[in-house]
Design a protein around this ligand. Structure first.
Ligand SMILES: NC(=O)c1ccc[n+]([C@@H]2O[C@H](COP(=O)([O-])OP(=O)(O)OC[C@H]3O[C@@H](n4cnc5c(N)ncnc54)[C@H](OP(=O)(O)O)[C@@H]3O)[C@@H](O)[C@H]2O)c1
Length: 275
């Protein structure tokens, strides 16, 4: 495995929470860290904070609002333009269910249900567009940050037009990420790119959790530790297509193992992303 100091790592959603801690930890190890955010000022402040704390001057930030697939395409282009190869892609950016008293259905800039768009379609598209860079860096790793919050996708109501429930929307977007992980891992088998997903913990102290539940139970550091373990540990070399929880291989809900459901999701995602 390439020494961490020689690795280029993209962490999406690294202006706050678990992603920011993960980016900080990778920077401390000496990696080239590509930060990502949707707001220039927050991204700039994050970069300066991490630089001041680690002394690592191989930090860059990229902007893209994941509620826009055009923004995601621009992000991939910008990364590809600057970096021929990418060792690790951490698909972490996401939104929670919001304030649970607010049941207002929200849409992305492309007119898709917002949580599906930001938490699932954006990383689905970004990952595809960055595959050439990951291929250049083999052995490389893709990590999708999932959740224990998983509910089956209702293919008759994917955009949640009927009976909107933000928690259902969040959980659907998260199982979609797990299903994507399993399929992509299969497609990339023996190509040197592994694809795994993980639950970073439950109710960790982040903006998303505080907004949803008003309280938290665990630390942001524990979530970052989990991501870094799956992204770098030697014992997971070559391990692909797994869902991890607390650094252990775990079971997702049944739909993730339903090949037909996964095929349906894959086709739908390709068409929604215009791939
Ligand atoms: N915290 C937990 O207990 C927990 C449990 C299970 C899974 N997770 C997962 O862990 C990941 C990180 O969540 P977190 O708890 O660290 O949340 P967080 O503190 O709210 O951070 C979310 C990150 O995603 C970014 N983001 C949100 N919407 C975006 C958009 N439209 N475009 C681009 N970036 C966007 C945020 O940017 P801003 O800084 O601009 O807001 C921030 O950098 C998520 O995928 C979440 O589902 C978290």
């Amino acid at each position: 495995m390439t020494a961490i100091q020689d690795q280029v790592i993209l962490v999406t959603g690294s202006t706050d929470g678990i992603g920011k801690q993960t980016a900080y930890d990778f920077a401390k190890m000496g990696a080239t860290v590509l930060l990502h955010g949707r707001n220039r000022e927050r991204a700039e402040v994050t970069l300066q904070e991490i630089f001041a704390a680690t002394g690592n001057n191989r930090l860059e930030y990229y902007l893209a609002d994941f509620s826009s697939l055009t923004d995601v395409r621009h992000l991939a282009e910008a990364v590809r333009f600057k970096h021929r190869s990418l060792n690790i892609l951490i698909n972490n950016a996401g939104i929670g269910a919001g304030n649970l008293t607010n049941k207002q259905r929200a849409l992305s800039q492309d007119g898709y249900e917002l949580r599906l768009a930001v938490n699932y379609l954006a990383p689905f598209l970004l990952t595809h567009l960055l595959l050439p860079c990951l291929q250049q860096a083999v052995p490389s790793r893709i990590i999708n940050v999932a959740s224990v919050g998983q509910q089956p996708i209702d293919f008759e109501n994917v955009m949640q037009e009927q009976q909107y429930n933000p928690m259902q929307a969040y959980c659907q977007s998260k199982i979609a990420g797990v299903m994507f992980t399993f399929d992509l891992a299969e497609q990339l088998k023996n190509k040197g790119i592994t694809v795994n997903c993980l639950n970073p913990g439950s109710r960790l102290n982040t903006k998303m959790v505080r907004e949803m539940f008003g309280e938290y139970r665990g630390s942001v550091q524990s979530g970052a530790d989990e991501i870094i373990y799956v992204a770098t540990s030697h014992e997971l070399e070559g391990v692909t297509g797994k869902y991890f929880d607390q650094k252990q291989e775990a079971q997702s809900i049944a739909q993730a193992y339903d090949r037909k459901a996964r095929q349906k999701l894959w086709q739908l995602s390709k068409s929604l992303c215009n791939l």
